[in-house]
Structure formats: structure tokens, C-alpha cells
Design a protein around this ligand. Structure first.
Ligand code: NMX
Ligand code: MLT
Length: 458
């Protein structure tokens, strides 16, 4: 079959025609009514973005090109070298699905895996130098945003645009190049950041061009057995499980339709024809907020603190009391609630299943146990509290504590792994934004006088 670029070339004419037809003949079709409540309420419920690859149903959760997580688990190719029955699919396969809408063949997935490994072998010299010199105690998400923004120096799109040498129909090809280089650089960038915070910048593992993206993320965190610096002394089986955890995590955090802060920010910044590096660096800064991706770090802190204050992780009464104390002090329960979802997040369930499939590994981990018990107790407490529209666990509830189990215990780092995965959805959208030639995003805002007048207030 064709490679990714050729596959896109085949798809483009029909897809463009489809959108053109909608624009030409149906632009007046109403999508919904915008209320004053949504204008002052974070645009909640306001369907006003076009997003290609994923959509979120409040009840059943995310679908990737129409496919549920289970369907993706059944259909997407995994690493051909992986023989473990509990293996996860490759995020590279997911990237192909997001970009094209099709399930890749084993060969297409393997070729894309090789292409990313080859593009990600090295990161630009200036970015490397910059990363070496960052303060070791700078937040890892700030380091990631800086590293990505600095790569704009190597942007093919920005360079050609600046030279005035680019016609609008060619934008997408250079955007695709940049997008693939950006995704490919993330194992090395995140590894550099982790080594900055735990090993004074000295490498913790090696990049292997013959292995997949998630293997390389794991390897550069020092988490694979073949490396001399397997800091955690993991057994062969544990190290293998860790790589599969990384594949699972990075395979399902890729995208969550367009309105979430990281995806929306990337799209917004990109709509001003910012290159992929600047656009996604901005998305990463959005992901770094505690109500969004930073919840991954907050959940782990929360579970560990709770465990140190209660007599046992199975003490329902004490857990309930702890939750009420938190709510009474007007803080949020991290890892619970969602702006769109109204049921437990199926991504949370997938992470939980990873632990449940390995009972011997996790049965003695009291933090993982608390996470599981909490997912039964917290929804009941939040329902009684009565404010939260969705009292169920979201994506961040389970993930960090599983990484913590294997030895990645620097809490501030968890959201960087989220940021590696999230690149894939927004970068896919940016390529399609350029294919479709979508315009600059610029909604109209209303001032207080306009609001008062709409509400017939004097
Ligand atoms: N704990 C306590 N109160 C909550 C929670 C929670 N987990 N979730 C929502 N509320 C409150 C919310 O603060 C608001 O209170 P107020 O009226 O005083 O401002 C009220 O419930 C109504 O909020 P919702 O409409 O249910 O939630 P909204 O759509 O505004 O926000 C979140 C969604 C995800 C920001 C919110 O549920 C939250 O803050 N959760 C905790 C942080 C978290 O886990 N974020 C991660 C989300 C996933 N991700 O990775 O991005
Ligand atoms: C996400 O994955 O982006 C989060 O669940 C937040 C969201 O969808 O709003």
C-alpha cells in the first residue's frame, strides 16, 4: 500500500470536494442556538468547530474516526516484534487512522514507525543546546513548550512561507513534514526533560532507530531493560509491560475532539498560519493548566497525600471524610468531572483494565488500590455535593499512578507524557486545516453593554 503522504494525496480531492459542496450549498444551515449562558460559560454546549478525526459522545466517550477504543484495540496493528498476549496497538497505527480515516496495514504501520524513528533520531542542535541550559527545576511542561517553540527554527513551512515561495495548495505538504518531525522529536525531547529533572541532563537510555515511538519514549526515560541505565531494576517482563503501558497511554490520549484546551489552542494559533511547532507549543501551554492535563500530576499528589492520612486504603469512611474536607475547602477532586462527558471516561476504563490484567503486579500497590476504590466512592460523594455535572472519573484518574508504580515518580513530569500523545490529534487537524484552506479563527465577542441589551437590562 501507499505511504502516508501518498495515501493523503489520494484522499484529498474527494474530501475537499465534499467540504466545498457543504460550504457552497449548505452554509446557511443552523447548527444550534448560542445562549448568553454559553457566552459567559466557557462556550459550553456550543457546537462551533470543525474537527476531522475524533468526536466525543457525552455517554459513550471518544471515537477515533468513528471507532471506539475497543474497536481500535481489536483492529489497529501492534509492534510485530511484540509477542505478549497483552500487547497494545502502536500509536503510529492510530496516527495513520487519524490522518486518513483508514486502518493501516501491518506494513503501513511498520513503515510509519520507521519513518518517525528516522526523523526523530536527532533533534535540532539549537534546541538541544537550549534544553541543556534550562534551569533543572523549571516545570517540565514549560521545558516542553520552550523546546517545541524553539524547533520553529527548523520549520519547512515557516521557511518557505517567509521566502514567499509557497502556493496555498502546497501548504499542507510542508505542514505534514513539520508535523511528522514534531511528533518524531517528542521521545528525544521528553527524554531530555526527564534527564534534566532526575539526572542533571545526562542521558538515561538510548534512542533506537529500529524500535517504535513508545519504546523510545520509555527507553529515554531509562525504563527498558536493554539499557545500561534501567534505573528501576525492572525485570524483563515489567520493562515490557511498561512499554505496553506507554503504547496504550499514548495511543488513547491522542485526541478528544476539537474543543478541549490543548487541541483548540493548537488549532487557533495555527489558524493565523503559525507553523506546527509554534501552534503545538501553545497547545502544550494549554495542557499545562490544572483543570486540563496538569490534573495528571494533581491526581497522583492527591492519592499519595490521602494514603498518608488515612489508616488504610480500604477505609471507606476515611476516604469519604477526606473528600468532604477537600470539597468544603472549595477545591476540586482532581481526576473527576468533565465538560462534555457524562459517564466514566472509557480511557480511564482502558487504563484500569491494564492494571486489572496484571493482578500480581498491582495487587500490593496501595496507591493503585486507592485509585480503584476511589472510583467507586468519589462519584457518590460528588453526587451528594450536587455541583459537578459529571461525577465520574476522567482520563487523568488512573494514568499517572500506573507510571508511578513502575518508578516514574516525579509528579510534575506526567503531563509531559500526555503532551507526547496529544501531539497526534491536533497535528492531524493542522494538516487538514491546510488541505482545506480553513481561514483564521476569529469569533465575535460581546461587551457588557451588548449582554445587558440582549437581556433587556438597563
Ligand atoms: N470536584 C469538585 N467540584 C467540581 C469538580 C470536581 N472534580 N468538577 C466540577 N466541579 C464544580 C465546578 O468547579 C463548578 O463549580 P462552580 O459552579 O462553583 O464554579 C461546578 O462543579 C460545575 O462544573 P461542571 O459544569 O461540572 O464542570 P466544567 O465543565 O465547568 O469543568 C472540569 C470541567 C474538568 C474542568 C471540572 O470537572 C474539574 O475541574 N475537574 C477536576 C480537574 C480535572 O480532573 N481536570 C481534568 C480534565 C481532563 N483533562 O485531562 O483535561
Ligand atoms: C482531554 O482529553 O482533552 C480532556 O478529557 C479534556 C476535554 O476533552 O475537554
Amino acid at each position: 500500500g501507499p505511504d502516508l503522504r501518498s495515501a493523503l494525496k489520494e484522499l484529498i480531492p474527494a474530501r475537499k470536494q465534499e467540504l466545498l459542496e457543504i460550504k457552497k450549498n449548505h452554509s446557511d444551515v443552523k447548527v444550534g442556538d448560542i445562549t448568553v449562558g454559553s457566552v459567559i460559560g466557557g462556550m459550553r454546549g456550543n457546537s462551533s468547530m470543525f474537527w476531522q478525526s475524533t468526536s466525543l459522545d457525552p455517554e459513550e466517550g471518544i471515537r477515533f474516526q468513528g471507532k471506539t477504543i475497543q474497536e481500535c484495540q481489536a483492529l489497529l496493528p501492534s509492534d510485530p516484534e511484540e509477542h505478549d498476549a497483552k500487547k497494545s496497538f502502536l500509536p503510529e497505527s492510530m496516527l495513520w487512522l487519524l490522518m486518513t480515516g483508514d486502518i493501516p496495514s501491518e506494513t503501513q504501520a511498520a513503515n510509519l514507525t520507521r519513518e518517525l524513528a528516522s526523523r526523530g533520531r536527532t533533534i535540532p542542535k539549537n534546541t538541544n543546546k537550549l534544553m541543556e541550559n534550562l534551569p533543572r527545576d523549571m516545570h517540565p511542561m514549560t521545558q516542553l513548550a520552550i523546546g517545541l517553540a524553539s524547533m520553529n527554527q527548523s520549520s519547512q513551512f515557516a521557511k518557505r512561507y517567509e521566502q514567499g515561495a509557497l502556493s496555498k495548495t502546497d501548504y499542507w505538504e510542508y505542514t505534514l513534514d513539520d508535523a511528522l518531525n514534531l511528533i518524531a522529536a517528542l521521545p528525544a525531547l521528553s527524554g531530555k526533560i526527564y534527564s534534566n529533572i532526575v539526572n542533571d541532563g545526562k542521558p538515561l537510555g538510548e534512542f533506537r532507530e529500529d524500535r517504535d515511538w513508545s519504546y523510545n519514549i520509555s527507553s529515554l526515560l531509562g525504563m527498558t531493560t536493554k539499557d545500561s541505565c534501567n534505573r528501576q531494576n525492572l525485570s524483563e517482563e515489567q520493562a515490557n509491560d511498561f512499554v505496553n503501558l506507554m503504547r496504550l497511554y499514548t495511543g488513547i490520549h491522542v485526541d478528544h475532539e476539537g474543543g478541549n484546551v490543548s487541541a483548540h489552542t493548537t488549532h487557533l494559533v495555527g489558524s493565523a498560519l503559525g507553523d506546527p511547532f509554534l501552534s503545538y507549543s501553545s497547545g502544550i501551554m494549554g495542557l499545562a493548566g490544572p483543570l486540563h492535563g496538569l490534573a495528571a500530576q494533581e491526581v497522583v499528589r492527591f492519592l499519595i497525600e490521602m494514603n498518608s492520612e488515612i489508616s488504610s486504603e480500604t477505609s471507606t469512611d476515611e476516604i469519604e471524610k477526606y473528600l468532604w474536607k477537600l470539597l468544603d475547602s472549595k477545591r476540586v477532586v482532581p481526576g473527576y468531572g468533565h465538560a462534555v462527558l457524562r459517564k466514566p471516561d472509557p480511557r480511564f476504563t482502558a487504563m484500569l483494565e491494564f492494571a486489572e490484567a496484571r493482578p500480581q503486579e498491582f495487587e500490593k500497590d496501595k496507591n493503585v488500590k486507592l485509585m480503584q476504590i476511589l472510583s467507586k466512592i468519589a462519584p457518590e460523594v460528588l453526587k451528594k455535593h450536587g455541583k459537578t455535572k459529571n461525577p465520574y472519573p476522567n482520563v487523568d484518574s488512573a494514568s499517572g499512578i500506573l507510571f508511578y508504580h513502575y518508578g516514574i515518580q516525579e509528579m510534575l513530569f506526567f503531563t509531559v507524557i500526555f503532551g507526547c500523545s496529544r501531539s497526534m490529534g491536533p497535528m492531524t487537524q493542522l494538516v487538514w486545516d491546510r488541505i482545506f484552506g480553513l481561514p483564521i479563527e476569529r469569533p465575535k465577542s460581546l461587551d457588557m453593554n451588548a449582554l445587558k441589551s440582549l437581556c433587556h437590562m438597563s
